[in-house]
Design a protein around this ligand. Structure first.
Ligand SMILES: [Zn+2]
Length: 316
């Protein structure tokens, strides 16, 4: 079977491409951050010093597990799994935060891991993520504790909310890959099959699938899906009405973060993994455009599917 596949497909499969970010030859350092559109409060810092959390007020939580640049020698390098950095993912998440804050008058929550993925991987199970080193275990636990805290803060003020795990990919098809824990075969099901509870229940947006007045197929790939709303704003995205998954196409369907913090297994926020190509994150202008499109898309998404407008009470 492998002999029939293109070589790059074999490489991606070998790297666990369906569950996390693949190696890329793109730059591995993020540039200096652009000036925020509004003063940003100082973040909280975890006890280890490697996780930062900017609390917010919107029912949206952002996390960035793979763009840390710190490589302390007292934590050994991981010897298994993917260790490639998600270049510009943090800068993109900060641009998203700024766009949301400007548009809605309130900030989302943001959690960033500043420790290198060579040392810890927040988007994997504990054992493989840390290889058991106590300091790495501490950092991993702090990262997830902050996400849990952010989700609880959202749920204390709002019936529903959305968790977005921000990543970057170097796949040859330059489109945003939106992960719901659905497998590639699920994306090619008929609408009738996608609309069954069995499919909805294995997704990280299970709660929203049960809440929306639209069917689950619409929520995943229709014009008002997140991918559909982004496509309408000029960003190629999969799944969406314009983008389908052909045999052999690379696609990240999501991993530990949205499994742990999405709504598949527990009553908590819905979770979506966003894998962003370089063309949507590589420059400050590209990040600002991507962030604005996402903010505009989320305005429609929340009103349409959650029945919960993101605008401020004053109607901004
Ligand atoms: Zn990643």
């Amino acid at each position: 079977m492998l002999a029939d596949m293109p070589r790059w497909v074999c490489i991606l499969l070998a790297c666990g491409a369906l569950s996390g970010c693949a190696p890329t030859a793109q730059p591995t350092t993020s540039p200096a951050q652009p000036a925020a559109t509004a003063p940003t409060p100082a973040p909280r810092q975890s006890a280890s010093g490697y996780i930062r959390y900017w609390p917010g007020e919107l029912p949206i939580v952002l996390s960035v597990p793979h763009d840390g640049g710190l490589e302390p020698t007292d934590i050994p390098d991981r010897t298994e799994g993917v260790t490639v950095r998600d270049s510009y993912a943090r800068a993109l998440a900060e641009a998203i935060r700024d766009a949301l804050t400007k548009k809605f008058g309130r900030a989302p929550h943001l959690i960033v891991c500043e420790l290198s993925r060579k040392k810890v991987d927040g988007n994997r199970e504990l054992a493989g993520a840390t290889q058991g080193h106590p300091r790495a275990v501490q950092v991993w636990q702090e990262y997830h504790a902050f996400i849990d805290e952010a989700e609880q803060a959202v749920r204390a003020r709002s019936a529903h909310g959305l968790y977005l795990d921000i990543h970057s990919h170097g796949h040859p098809i330059k489109r945003m890959e939106i992960g719901y824990l659905l497998k590639p075969a699920d994306l090619n099901l008929s609408d009738a099959a996608l609309n069954t509870n069995a499919v909805r229940d294995r997704s990280s947006i299970r709660a929203l699938g049960g809440l929306t007045a639209s069917g689950f197929a619409e929520l995943v790939r229709g014009p008002t899906s997140l991918g559909g709303l982004l496509e309408a704003r000029g960003l190629a995205a999969l799944p969406s009405p314009k983008q389908s998954l052909a045999p052999g196409d690379p696609y990240f369907n999501g991993a530990y973060d949205i499994a742990a913090h999405g709504s598949r297994d527990r009553a908590q926020l819905d979770g979506i993994q966003l894998e962003v190509p370089l063309q949507m994150r590589g420059t400050a202008a590209q990040r600002a455009a991507t962030a604005q499109a996402l903010a505009d898309a989320l305005e429609v998404y929340f009103a349409k599917h959650y029945g919960q407008p993101l605008a401020t009470p004053a109607g901004r």
